[in-house]
Design a protein around this ligand. Sequence first.
Ligand SMILES: *Cc1c(COP(=O)(O)O)cnc(C)c1O
Ligand SMILES: [Zn+2]
Length: 393
Amino acid sequence: MRVNLTNLECPRCGARRDADVPTNLCGCGSPLLARYDLEAVGKALTPEEIARRPADLWRYRELLPVRDPARAVSLGEGWTPLLPVLRYGHRIGLPGLLVKDEGALPTGSFKARGAAVGVSRAAELGIDHVALPTNGNAGAAWATYAARAGMRATVAMPIAAPESTRRECLVAGADVHLVDGLIGDAAAKIRTLIAENGAFDASTLREPYRIEGKKTLGLEIVEQLGWAAPDAIVYPTGGGVGLIGIHKAVGELAELGWLRGRPPRLVVVQSTGCAPIVRAFAAGRRRADPWPDPHTAAFGINVAAPLGDELILDAVYASGGTAIAVDDAEIMADLRQFGRDEGLWLCPEGAAGLTAVRHLLASGWLSADARVVVVNTGLGLKYPETVAGDSSG
Ligand SMILES: *Cc1c(COP(=O)(O)O)cnc(C)c1O
Ligand SMILES: [Zn+2]
């Protein structure tokens, strides 16, 4: 049994909690973060040793909360490709553009990282039933990994969530509740269901270990670049767990002394139809107000009131990053252009990152010689309705 995981800690009020007891939020309302004995990790492990391990996210097990990795609930997740995209990069004037393709993960989205680690840790803590609201992909991933763990899953999602994700939940035998509304309404539904069935609340950032799985996205990007960060990482932000996770990963690597050069500037991308973080950033604020009447075809980033607003904004400010909103019509045009240039069918959220990069180049925030990673958070194939079925578009 490893003891690197020491405790849970509140980033807002500093309270410490026992990591081995199932826990949701801090008493002050903030999400909790997992803390490790990084000194012990640094003594026991080197980057060279990690490089010799199998190509999945468990290669970082000393920086993950699962105490017995031999019992991890796994579908072979992690170590997704970091692809140079030269033809498209030259077209937009950024040859150093790279795409981290999370569409290659089980369940077709990067939510698999959070679910693999979150479900593994839940199983280890004796939890046998998880419940969560979702815009689609988180529910699909948690339902899938829960089935793999022999655990029950209850999921609530908007009726309008991508159909492929609803079917994934059903295939995995989850108890699926459709809600005529948005993710916030699905969250209310889940609270009612939990009061009835006693499931563990695995909502975004209400349980502390999903973020640890998503952290591996940042660990991988840095390792794949030879333990150096790119100049910027562009991330389509909904609940913000991925962005917070990347920021946490970079911080832990810096503390371990494994990060060569400067940390990356983190870029929040949202839709002009739902941009609470962008609005807060533009006003220099540390908290975000809920976005009224949210709408965007990039369903994964349609989150009007992210619980982690403070942590997201902290990460953007601390990294010298920025936040930008992009328009759905432009996202879809970039998705199609990128497909023609590179052959890769991005999800709309990933394509939003391309639109953001073009605007940041035009404004001079990014320079033409920068090395920039756009995270393609999911598989375009999961949303066939986003492109026309004939040659018209
Ligand atoms: C969930 C999701 C996002 C947003 O990720 P967060 O970490 O919640 O901000 C982006 N793209 C896709 C495809 C998603 O499923
Ligand atoms: Zn607190």
